[in-house]
Each structure stands twice: as C-alpha cells, then as structure tokens.
Design a binder for this molecule. Structure first.
Ligand SMILES: Cc1cc2nc3c(=O)[nH]c(=O)nc-3n(C[C@H](O)[C@H](O)[C@H](O)COP(=O)(O)O)c2cc1C
Length: 342
C-alpha cells in the first residue's frame, strides 16, 4: 500500500471517530468491579502520592497517552505536538501512532519527531507487528525508535482490524518468532499491544516464551476498530465490522487472566479506561501503567492546555481513589488487592 494511502487512512480514522459516537463502545466493564471504601483512611489527601516509576522514568501518576497518530498532515502533526507538550508538562507517558507511513512518505517523519516537545518524559514509538511479514525488520524498528527518540517500541497486534479492512494485511503466520527476534535484538524494550480486543493467557505464554517482557492488554470496551473499519467497507452491504464490533476480551478480564504472570511480565492496562477510578482498578488488577487513547483525541486537536485539563482530571480522580482506599502511595495500592470486593 502506498504512503499516501496509509496517510489518508489515518485521517479517515479520525473523521470516523468524530462522526460516529458508536465507535466508542462505552461498555464500562470496570463498573462491575467494586472496591472497599475506607471511612477511616487515616491519611491527609494532600499527602497521597500517586507517582510511579516505569522503565526507569518517574511519572507523576501512572498514565500513558496511548498510541494514536502521525503522518503527513497538519492535523496529525498538531495532535502529536499538543499531546507531547502536555505529556512533558505533566510528566506522563505518551506513545505515537503507527510509524509505518514514514517509511514510504518522508514528509510524515516530522509528525513523529516529538522528543524536542517532550525532552524528559517516557515516549514510545509504534509499528504494526504484522508488518514483520510484509518486509519490515529490525532496522525499521530501530529507525522508528530513533525518529521519536523513544524509550521503548510498541508493536501492535490487530488481527481483527486487518481482517475487516478492505485492504488489510492479514498474514499473521509465524509472527511470534519474528517479534521474539526483534525483542532480543533491540536495546530498547518491546511492548506487545492489542488495539482493543485484549490479550489472552495463551498469548501471554507465547509472549513470555519469545522473550517479551511488557504487554499492553488493550482490551475491549472502548474504541472499536472493527466498527471504525466498517465505515470504510468497499460495499455497504458488508456488515462484518458491526458483527465483530464488540469482539474481544474486556480489559479487566484480560488483566485478571494475566496477573498471575507478573513475575515474568509487566502489564499495561488500556482499552475503555475512561476515568482515574478505572485506572485505580487497573492497578489493583495488576497493571503498572494505564493507557487512554480516544479521550485525548478531541482535546489534542485544540491545544496542549485542553489535553492538560483531561490529564489533571484523571490525576485528581486517581489520587482521590487512593485516599478512599487508605493508600498513601502506589506501593500500598499494589499490596491492597484484598480491597477488591468483586
Ligand atoms: C484515533 C486513534 C488512532 C489509533 N491509532 C493507533 C495506532 O496507530 N497504533 C496503535 O497501536 N494503536 C492505535 N490506536 C489504538 C489505541 O492506542 C488503543 O489501543 C485503543 O484505542 C483502545 O483505547 P481507548 O479505548 O482508550 O481508545 C488508535 C486509537 C485511536 C483513538
């Protein structure tokens, strides 16, 4: 597929997300998890410290602005710039969207070169793992990392999205071995991620076998890529994207399945997290970092300040939850798994 087509597709995705509210599934799987309220938290809210360290970098609280975009277009360049400025100002982590386009369109590179906007905070580059079956190799991965100035590389797995896409790259055979080779070769850590359908226990085992140490479960409940691709179908009568729009493992369920492997895997929660309370529950379920994508899209089109407002809301919600559970910091929260009631 040409660089122009990949570039156009990224813009189409944004337009679809803005025009169809149903793309945001609002499944609220986290609402089913109840926590034990502490009427006597024995803490001063002002002293509750939500900070954490991830991949050696200190974050103000465990938030990741999940991978979204990049390309040759003023809009996506503005989005990445605003997100990066906000991430740096608030000291949270950020990932860029798939960098595949920059290998066929030189003009797209600028949009991914965000390190000057975020000199210190944790940044991730991003490529589709399936591209390892379509000519990409370790050099592409290293270049993707270098252009961002990233601390780690996200390799996303999106078999559903590719299967529904009219022009999808659907050869996922023999991928695990290739991902393993990349993970063993690169100096920077590789994070394996879904895009909204979740990670199962069997795939986590496979990840461990091939030497991957980080998994972002990116489960079901929030943005549905199947539904987004439905809008791009060649024929209007083809409903496959709607049939599969809620396919996948809900994020809390994926975390629960993978939690027993925390001595071998560091878990990141994403997919349908919409509040600091969802983040709190994710950490209790075993995650070390919490990603949100769609809630940042509109603010990122406006300004860094608009993005910062969302981050500040999430931080307040998260810190309040720590207080209400009687946890002064994240170390205490991670030990407080008995506070999950359901
Ligand atoms: C506009 C947009 C573009 C995205 N592009 C990418 C991408 O290029 N690479 C990727 O790994 N995930 C991509 N995602 C998926 C998100 O990183 C995330 O896994 C998914 O949207 C679930 O999170 P959410 O429910 O908070 O949106 C994108 C999401 C959005 C909203």
């Amino acid at each position: 597929m040409s660089g122009d087509a990949v570039n156009r597709r990224k813009i189409q995705h944004i337009e679809i997300i803005q025009s169809d509210e149903g793309v945001e599934r609002r499944k609220n799987h986290f609402d089913q998890i109840q926590l034990t309220h502490r009427a006597l938290p024995e803490l001063d809210l002002a002293e509750v410290d939500p900070s954490c360290t991830f991949m050696g970098k200190k974050l103000d609280f465990p938030l990741l602005i999940s991978s979204m975009t990049g390309g040759e277009h003023t809009l996506v360049k503005t989005i990445n710039r605003n997100l990066a400025l906000a991430a740096e100002a608030t000291q949270v982590a950020m990932g860029v969207g798939s960098q595949r386009v920059m290998f066929t369109n030189q003009e797209a590179r600028d949009s991914f070169a965000i390190r000057p906007h975020a000199p210190t905070t944790l940044l991730f580059s991003n490529l589709g793992a399936v591209q390892l079956n379509y000519g990409f190799g370790v050099d592409h991965c290293q270049e993707a990392i270098d252009v961002v100035g990233a601390d780690g590389l996200y390799l996303h797995l999106n078999p559903l999205q590719e299967a529904v896409q009219p022009e999808g790259d659907t050869n996922f055979s023999g991928l695990a071995e290739k991902i393993g080779a990349i993970a063993q070769t690169l100096e920077q850590p590789v994070v394996l991620k879904e895009v909204g359908s979740g990670f199962s226990e069997v795939d986590a085992h496979r990840a461990i076998d091939i030497g991957v140490k980080f998994i972002d479960v990116a489960g079901a409940g929030g943005t549905s890529w199947s539904r987004i691709e439905h809008h791009r179908q060649a024929t209007a009568s083809d409903d496959i994207g709607l049939v599969y729009q809620d396919w996948g493992i809900p994020t809390p369920q994926a975390l629960r399945q993978l939690a027993p492997y925390r001595n071998q895997l560091t878990l990141i929660a994403s997919g349908g997290l919409r509040s600091g309370l969802d983040m709190l529950k994710s950490i209790l379920l075993g995650a070390e970092l919490c990603g949100l994508a769609a809630p940042f899209l509109q603010p990122a089109m406006e300004s860094p300040e608009a993005v910062i407002r969302v981050i500040e809301r999430l931080r307040r919600e998260f810190q309040t939850g720590l207080f209400l559970l009687g946890c002064k910091n994240l170390r205490m929260l991670k030990e407080a798994t008995d506070l999950i009631r359901t």
